[in-house]
Design a protein around this ligand. Structure first.
Ligand SMILES: [Zn+2]
Ligand SMILES: [Zn+2]
Length: 137
């Protein structure tokens, strides 16, 4: 991958550009991500929040995550595409890998919250697994 990288929602109302390299890339299998994505897990990239510029009107929905902290989940209110996750406590932004203009460079290095993974959620056996949150990178 090279910076800046770009992405957006399905209808094009929301676009983003990130000037920083990902802090990490991983697959979250928690129940929140299952509900929010409507499928088995969230393939996500964590970046410094101030490295991302966003155009368009992102709608955020706040949920209390498994850790007890609030996470704001951002999506396009027109087409429903999931784009971002903003933890309350840290200046990071999670970006959903499928929203990238070129998702092919996404390369997860671990699976986390696998304690909540569904039996039909097949994971790459070569990746490290964390029952809950990973240790800080
Ligand atoms: Zn949209
Ligand atoms: Zn999750």
């Amino acid at each position: 991958m090279k910076t800046p990288f770009t992405g957006g929602c399905m209808c094009g109302a929301i676009r983003y550009e990130c000037s920083a390299e990902p802090i990490f890339m991983g697959n979250c299998h928690c129940r929140d991500c299952q509900r929010a994505t409507g499928t088995a897990f969230a393939a996500a990239i964590l970046v410094p929040r101030d490295a991302v510029s966003i155009t368009g009107d992102v709608k955020y929905y706040d949920v209390t995550g498994g850790s007890g902290q609030i996470i704001s989940r951002g999506f396009c209110s027109n087409c429903g595409s999931r784009l971002f996750g903003k933890p309350e406590v840290a200046d990071f932004l999670g970006i959903m890998a499928g929203s990238l203009d070129d998702p092919s460079w996404f390369s997860p290095t671990f699976d986390f919250h696998v304690a909540s993974a569904q039996p039909w959620d097949y994971m790459n056996p070569d990746l490290p697994k964390f029952a809950k949150s990973p240790s800080p990178p």
